[in-house]
Design a protein around this ligand. Structure first.
Ligand code: PEP
Ligand code: MG
Length: 583
């Protein structure tokens, strides 16, 4: 067969080479028939049994999660269990069997198709992608009904131990991905999915090359085809010519060698060639991520996105994590980091991180009641979180970070609520760090343009470039239609970054960057030249950034970076930034 290449969305880096293993959706083999009146209840029971079996299956997967499983996985499996228990799945298809006499599979598929169509109408890209979760749950039930639940090969049972397996599927649920971990599974390709799909997120945290959004890859690729995934480019090469295979094997070994070399830098201090010390910190989402942060040699946590403790629950106040539950999580992180500082960001919900997935979405959620705006409108909830963080500060160094501040009164209200939380703890005779540093995220252009307001009142700043770019360039960060306009090197973004870093340096207020650009080695030298000394990123990126730092000389970077700041032409800026890498 001739070789061919498919293009999709790159979601996880690296190269994978192996033989295709196809996961066929059960939906393809479903029979449709009408059941006789007297058999309706038996059919209802058959579907109920399948739903219960899937529930047990999910609980087992959840319970047996290996300790090193990415923290998001448990949450995703919980989402699937919630969908399964929802009347839209647990009850409605039973009604269809009773009213229309459809067989169980047909009734289920009818309901799933109906739900899919409703999801397709949703404008919000993040929410629209959640349709896949429903499809995946439906798929699991179908497999139970049709008796094809186990489609995974047992370890190495293909008889070919040298060829590793690349899973090709229409879609893969996070729970299924976990089952592949113990097998010779090196990458995956799916027809569905985007940057925000759960499958993509899990692939990134497992550090497995993957390409998603490949449209009809699962129809075009056959079982046992040789497949190369180029995760950086988002392409999949099927049945490659020997010379292409050879080239990719060479690049793959090169990558592996580089990784091995990087591993040796774990304990090396991040010091530039001119002797400047740089702090490399980790972004985490749950306390369990601290192990990965330490493994990568992080000197602390620069961003603990606390909202992940709040998400995946249904939204009314009673379901929010209690003060004690939050305290335990924060304390766990602080203890795990063994004396290294942990920067905990207060709840940043809203926009693409809704607290309650059922809640009606605002017209422009990114500009809505998000982050600190939401917290100030729910002071009791905010005070609960503040008390929990303060209590954890008795167990190790914590910095308190506030997202999305833009107005002086917001800073004042926040600081006064922090004082109130401290007073409550004093009354309750609970210990906390009375001098806990409080910092602001600089992620709204208005904040970057009024830095004296922030510097006067706060102890440190952390630039959230993900949002700063979104708000400066007026592009929704989750809308793929404007993704091409998302440019960290836009001169307006660079001006705001430069202003913030230099204002902090002048006032002796530490400034970090905790947005994605902190982990992008193509931009490390630019940031060093702008004066940045604290970088916070996903632990997987930390050692490559450290290597770049070890090879950089800031005295050589400063003059060209000054020139870049006077340039307003995007192409020229991009070229000049590229040239910094050979200095
Ligand atoms: C940012 O905006 O850059 C940031 C780090 O926060 P988040 O991505 O969680 O909005
Ligand atoms: Mg942000």
């Amino acid at each position: 067969m001739a070789s061919f290449t498919l293009h999709g969305i790159p979601v996880s880096r690296g190269i994978a080479i192996g033989r295709a293993h196809l996961l066929r959706p059960a939906a393809r083999d479903v029979k449709h028939y009408l059941v006789a009146e007297e058999k309706v209840e038996a059919e209802v029971a058959r579907l109920t049994k399948a739903i219960n079996a899937v529930n047990e299956e999910l609980q087992t997967v959840r319970r047996d999660l290996p300790p090193d499983a990415p923290s998001e996985l448990a949450a995703f499996i919980d989402v699937h269990a919630l969908i399964l228990a929802d009347p839209i799945i647990a009850e409605h298809p039973l009604k269809i069997i009773r009213s229309r006499h459809y067989n169980a599979e047909w009734a289920l598929l009818t309901q799933i198709d109906e739900l899919s169509a409703q999801f397709d109408e949703i404008e919000d890209a993040y929410l629209r992608e959640r349709k896949n979760d429903i499809l995946q749950v439906g798929e699991r039930i179908l497999k139970q009904l049709t008796g094809s639940a186990s489609t995974l090969p047992t370890p190495m049972d293909s008889g070919e131990t040298s060829a590793q397996m690349i899973v090709v599927a229409h879609d893969i649920s996070p729970a299924d991905m976990l089952q592949f971990r113990d097998r010779a599974f090196v990458g995956f390709v799916t027809d569905l999915g985007g940057q925000n799909s759960h499958t993509a997120i899990v692939a990134r945290s497992l550090d497995i090359p993957a390409a998603v959004g490949m449209s009809n890859a699962s129809a075009l690729i056959s079982e046992d085809d040789w497949v190369i995934i180029d995760g950086d480019a988002g392409i999949v090469i099927v049945d490659p010519a020997p010379i292409v295979l050879e080239q990719y094997r060479e690049s793959q070994s090169q990558l592996l060698r580089e990784r091995k070399k990087l591993g040796k830098l774990r304990k090396t201090p991040a010091i530039t060639r001119d002797g400047t010390h740089i702090h490399l910190l980790a972004n985490i989402e749950l306390p369990e991520d601290c192990a990965g942060a330490l493994d990568a040699g992080a000197v602390g946590v620069g961003l603990f996105r606390s909202e992940f403790l709040f998400m995946g629950r249904t939204g009314h106040a009673a379901k929010l994590p209690s003060e004690d539950e939050q305290f335990e999580s924060y304390r766990k992180a602080v203890v795990a980091m063994k004396g290294r500082p942990v920067t905990i960001r207060t709840l940043d919900v809203g926009a693409d991180k809704p607290l309650d997935k059922d809640e009606e979405t605002a017209l422009n959620p990114a500009l809505g009641l998000r982050a600190i705006r939401y917290c100030l409108s729910e002071p009791q909830m905010f005070l609960t979180q503040l008390r929990a963080i303060l209590r954890a500060s008795a167990y190790g160094p914590i910095n308190l970070l506030i997202p999305m501040l833009a107005h002086a009164f917001e800073i004042d209200q926040t600081l006064s609520l922090i004082e109130q939380a401290k007073a409550q703890l004093r009354d309750a005779k609970k210990k906390f760090d009375t001098k806990i540093p409080v910092g602001a995220m600089i992620e709204i252009p208005a904040a970057a343009l009024t830095l004296p307001l922030f510097i006067k009142r706060l102890d440190f700043l952390s630039i959230g470039t993900n949002d700063l770019i979104q708000y400066t360039l007026a592009i929704d960060r989750v809308d793929h239609e404007v993704a091409h306009l998302y440019n960290p090197l836009h001169p307006a973004v660079l001006q705001l970054l430069a202003m913030t870093i230099s204002a902090g340096a002048k006032a002796d207020v530490p400034v970090a960057v905790c947005g994605e650009i902190a982990g992008d080695i193509k931009l490390t030298r630019l940031l060093l030249g702008l004066g940045l000394r604290e970088f916070s990123m996903h632990p997987a990126q930390l050692l490559s950034v450290k290597q770049e730092i070890l090879n950089s000389d800031i005295t050589l970077l400063e003059p060209p970076v000054k020139r870049i700041l006077r340039n307003y032409e995007a192409v020229a800026i991009a070229e000049a930034v590229e040239r910094l890498r050979v200095l």
